[in-house]
Design a protein around this ligand. Structure first.
Ligand SMILES: [Zn+2]
Length: 163
């Protein structure tokens, strides 16, 4: 295996992008950020993961004078893995922002998925446009270094969108 979990390539069906966008868009129309998780399984070759579906955990929308945020309910946190079948795993967290996409301090501290190589995608403008990963801010968790942003070329190498 070359490079371990930090070199994983994710196959993402277009339907997963579409489902994720519909959910985030719906939340956005109510002025709320949304969080979705991408579920997948190891792919046919080493270093490949097939994303298979979107899971939407129970969450609350927070609106404060400083802006909006989204948080999973405590119940959702503790029962997340109950929603996985054998062999499945949560690989990516995808959440929306009202404006620009970037990792806030809250996002850095967020402990929904924490494995080496975990991916966090931030979708700008409440997903008002069809979801394209190139237009998002994408971060990868390197233990000991934190959530590191991926450059556009790295985003293109990391995801393969499938029809
Ligand atoms: Zn955020």
């Amino acid at each position: 295996m070359s490079g371990g979990p930090l070199r994983t390539v994710y196959g993402v069906p277009q339907a997963v992008l579409d489902d994720t966008r519909s959910f985030l868009r719906e939340r956005g129309l109510e002025g709320c950020e949304g969080t979705a998780l991408w579920v997948g399984r190891p792919g046919p070759s080493d270093g490949e993961v097939d994303i298979t579906r979107v899971f939407v955990p129970e969450q609350v929308c927070l609106k404060t004078p400083d802006g909006v945020a989204v948080r999973l309910t405590e119940e959702a946190h503790y029962t997340l893995t109950d929603h996985l079948e054998v062999g499945e795993r949560f690989y990516c967290r995808v959440h929306s922002h009202p404006k620009e996409a970037y990792h806030s301090e809250t996002d850095d501290a967020n402990a929904v998925i924490t494995h080496q190589g975990a991916i966090s995608v931030v979708v700008p403008f409440f997903a008002r446009k069809p979801l394209r990963l190139k237009g998002c801010a994408v971060y990868r968790l390197e233990h000991g270094r934190g959530w590191l942003p991926l450059a556009e070329a790295e985003i293109a190498r990391t995801f393969g969108v499938r029809p």
